[in-house]
Design a protein around this ligand. Structure first.
Ligand SMILES: Cc1ncc(COP(=O)(O)O)c(C=O)c1O
Length: 380
């Protein structure tokens, strides 16, 4: 199988596995225990906190470990909302369901929820921002990069304007870390969500990075772990794995980014030679690894299954949404026709992919559309 779905999840890096193994076996202490075995677990966890903080330019005390990006998004939005008077919450129209759903839940509890509209390239539109300030929101959530299209939001512009109005700003950076340089302090957001399994770390572990001045109540009460914001004995092995994955992502960022961008451009050049291809959000600044496209006349899920038979793992839009036949809310928000959006297929490249794999994918797509032109001699 040629795996091309790294925005859904990435394989575990062998070095990460190696770092985790002792904490799944002999080093089994509870980090809250006072004796030596507990201290060993606690020290490992605190080192991981430093590694995760370093990846995003935060201080270790700002990192709260959670069970993943979904929980961190829920903690960010509900934990903040429940410590503020009810008001308005604005979220980007193309956010992941792990942001949209908690915001909708808050709307059921008396918050007023509005979506910030995006333009045809998937970027938060200037008009939407200006309209938002007529009644400044108490909370706003804008993702760093979109999981389906790869569109990178201009957070500098958005955050600067929101902060002027005293809005608390959350950023879901799950798809940005490991692919882009991310600096929590420089971005100026109050809360940031991270997840390990998109950066070659284990599944089921993530973090909320939290500015200390941000009010917050826990969703899970318990033994006071994670500064009282996330009760429950910590998943030490996963935390250690997250730390190692973060350290590697930081040290290899430049090579990974250059490599991914080269592959993406090669894929896009090849796609341009196919009949009836649309690459979505083409004009926007995008993640170096993500291409969302459609082939005229092909349903996205059908194309995913045809490619699966040929040995490729790609996704039709967001993995979390696959199984649902609805066209992507991201593309609909960009004003793409529902019929065209239904054809969307996402290729998200990874560190271990190579040019030959991109070429094989293009060859497979050519076979599927019956367009073998590049493989045959020109007709005289
Ligand atoms: C942008 C974004 N946010 C949040 C999540 C959820 O993260 P997790 O799978 O760690 O719960 C994902 C996963 O696909 C994502 O792409």
């Amino acid at each position: 199988m040629i795996y091309l779905d790294h925005n859904a999840t990435t394989p575990l890096d062998e070095r990460v596995l190696e770092a985790m193994l002792p904490y799944l076996a002999s080093a089994h202490g509870n980090p809250s225990s006072l004796y030596r075995a507990g201290r060993i677990a606690r020290d490992a966890m605190e080192m991981a906190r430093e590694q995760v903080a370093a990846l995003v330019g935060a201080s270790p005390a700002q990192v709260i470990f959670t069970s993943g990006g979904t929980e961190a998004n829920n903690l960010a939005l509900k934990g903040l909302a429940w410590s503020l008077p009810r008001g308005r919450i604005c979220v980007g129209a193309t956010e992941h369901p792990a942001v949209l759903e908690p915001a909708r839940f808050l709307a059921q509890q008396g918050w007023k929820m509005d979506c910030l509209a995006v333009d045809e390239s998937g970027r938060i539109s200037e008009e939407a921002l200006s309209a938002a300030f007529l009644d400044p929101p108490r909370i706003a959530s804008v993702m760093l990069a979109n999981n389906e299209t790869g569109v990178i939001h201009d957070l500098g512009r958005i955050v600067g304007r929101l902060r002027e109005h005293g809005t608390f700003i959350h950023c879901d950076a799950v798809q940005g870390i490991g692919k882009l340089a991310v600096d929590f302090a420089a971005l100026g957001v109050h809360l940031m969500t991270l997840s390990a399994h998109k950066i070659y770390g284990p599944k089921g572990i993530g973090a909320l990075v939290l500015d200390p001045a941000t009010p917050m109540v826990p969703l899970i009460h318990g033994g006071g772990q994670e500064r009282g914001l996330r009760g429950g004995t910590e998943n030490v092995a996963a935390i250690v794995g997250f730390g190692k994955a973060a350290e590697l992502a930081a040290s290899e960022l430049f090579q990974r980014r250059e490599h991914l961008l080269r592959l993406r451009l090669r894929l896009e050049r090849g796609l341009a030679g196919l009949p009836g291809v649309t690459v979505f959000a083409r004009a926007a600044e995008r993640l170096p690894n993500t291409v969302l496209f459609a082939l005229a006349g092909y349903d996205g899920e059908a194309l995913v299954m045809l490619l699966d038979r040929k040995g490729f793992a790609v996704s039709s839009g967001s993995a979390c949404a696959s199984g649902a036949a609805e066209p992507s809310h991201v593309l609909l928000a960009m004003g793409i026709d529902a019929g065209v959006a239904q054809g969307a297929v996402r290729v998200s490249l990874g560190r271990d992919n190579g040019e030959a794999e991109v070429d094989r994918l293009l060859e497979a797509l050519r076979e599927i559309v019956g367009d073998r032109r590049p493989c045959t001699q020109p007709v005289a």
